[in-house]
Design a protein around this ligand. Structure first.
Ligand code: RFL
Length: 402
């Protein structure tokens, strides 16, 4: 039994926990079909609209947003990325995936996408959303009458919401995953490296993404806007960002990203500096009773291959459409196949991240054998058209079937 002090009990067909890309996309799809739902978010609207994170979005994901009326600003403002560059052994090697495949990446900062999605959901499609909620709890998930309770920011009281389904979209540190039974299967992988994730108030120093493979460690350069550039520096897992002074950051970036024919990087103030421990997990299946997990709540993909938000959107399209089919037509097919269909792409992307991690980190591992195979992989990419095509397909997420 659910025990709350709630004065009145509300009811929504779907409660979505978490207003990230996954939760807001599910909410928007439901509202477009006239299905009521409630989104519960523990941060404020201002906070989620500014939280810096992803940038790289794959073409199929943008098409999916566009088909659902969610990509207007993105299509007007996003940059198109068509090439990337590997730097190793003091040389630079361009990889033009547009030439190879005709496909490109979109780059649109995650906070802008979240801003678009929350505006469309709450202000245009009239969706209900509560910010600043605390202590969300899920109840009776293995029955046909689940419910969700939370402490309201306005009343300070525990409120109860009855529903038919709960969408667990509360990211890697959320609570919905903890509602899984003890025997739920969670596969984990620890890469054993850290990345210092940096945002610099400095224009990009190259016209495309750069991956620096260096004995000191991996370094990455990714344009976010004409004024802001994301950089990554491999560091020990659990390292303290305070160990990385402004001068140390820029001198390591300059060294790891240097190559013949390139000038020094344009330096600027560091507006974000945090250490990410590279690890991944996959919950299998992504469903427990009436709880459907989506996005990082179900599977974390270390940002090595920039896949996490893409997977979150993929889940959200499938879950949103499946809930609409069930709630408006009684069609259970989408919900029945949800976990299996999501997980095929999830495992493909996990495998690519693992492969790419070895390319990025093998040289700096201190292990001559790993360094040797890393260089073999890199050389193959630039000498074998078949290897280049396979890489491009995984990098862009364009396989014909998953
Ligand atoms: P989110 O975005 O974490 O949203 C979850 C939301 O749930 C809220 N929440 C709760 N709400 C209520 N109750 C609770 N108990 C709650 N606990 C949490 C949170 O406040 C939040 O608003 O998950 P979602 O929607 O699954 O989206 C996943 C993506 O955010 C994530 O995969 C990407 O950011 C990963 N990622 C990248 N993915 C890409 O596809 N391309 C990229 O270029 C890319 N770059 C990155 C990245 C992740 C990074 N970090 C910070 C790990 C770069 C970085 C540095």
């Amino acid at each position: 039994m659910t025990d709350t002090n709630s004065a009145s009990t509300e009811r929504f067909p779907v409660v979505v926990v978490g207003a990230g890309p996954a939760g807001l996309t599910v909410g928007n799809i439901l509202r477009a079909a006239g299905v009521d739902c409630l989104v519960l978010e523990n941060e404020t609207r201002e906070f989620i609209e500014q939280r810096p994170r992803a940038g790289v979005i794959e073409e199929w994901a943008v098409r999916g947003l566009q088909q659902r009326g969610l990509a207007k600003n993105l299509l007007e403002r996003a940059q198109l990325h068509t090439e990337c560059e590997f730097r190793f052994g003091g040389e630079r090697f361009r990889f033009s995936y547009i030439e190879l495949t005709g496909h490109h990446h979109f780059v649109y900062p995650q906070p802008l996408l979240v801003t678009d999605l929350v505006r469309e959901y709450a202000d245009v499609r009239g969706g209900q959303i509560r910010f600043g909620v605390r202590d969300v709890e899920l109840h009776d998930l293995d029955t046909a009458h689940p419910s969700v309770s939370y402490i309201s920011a306005e009343t300070g009281q525990r409120e109860l919401v009855e529903c038919d389904f709960v969408a667990g979209c509360d990211g890697g540190r959320g609570v919905t995953r903890t509602a899984l039974p003890e025997h739920a299967h969670i596969a984990r992988y620890d890469y054993g490296v850290g990345w210092l994730a940096l945002l610099a108030e400095a224009p990009p120093s190259n016209d495309c993404v750069v991956f620096g493979i260096h004995p000191n460690g991996f370094a990455g350069h990714m344009a976010r806007s004409p004024q802001v550039t994301r950089y990554y520096l491999e560091c020990p897992p659990g390292d303290d960002p305070e160990n990385w002074s402004h001068d140390r950051v820029w001198s390591e970036l300059q060294e790891r990203l240097a190559a013949t024919g390139t000038g020094p990087l344009i330096e600027g103030p560091l507006i974000e500096k945090r250490v990410l421990d590279m690890h991944s997990y996959v919950v299998e299946p992504m469903v427990f009773g009436r709880l459907f997990l989506a996005g990082d709540a179900a599977h974390l993909t270390a940002p090595i291959a920039a896949k996490g938000m893409n997977l979150a959107l993929h889940d959200a399209f499938l879950l949103g459409d499946a809930l609409v089919a069930y709630l408006t037509k009684g069609d259970e097919t989408g919900l029945d196949g949800y976990s299996e269909v999501c997980l095929r792409r999830v495992w493909e992307y996990q495998d690519f991240s693992k492969w790419l991690s070895e390319v990025y980190h093998g040289t700096s591992s201190g292990d001559a054998y790993r360094a040797g195979t890393t260089f073999a992989r890199l050389r193959r990419l630039f000498t074998s058209p078949a290897a280049a095509a396979a890489f491009a397909e995984q990098y862009l997420g364009t396989a014909a079937a998953y």
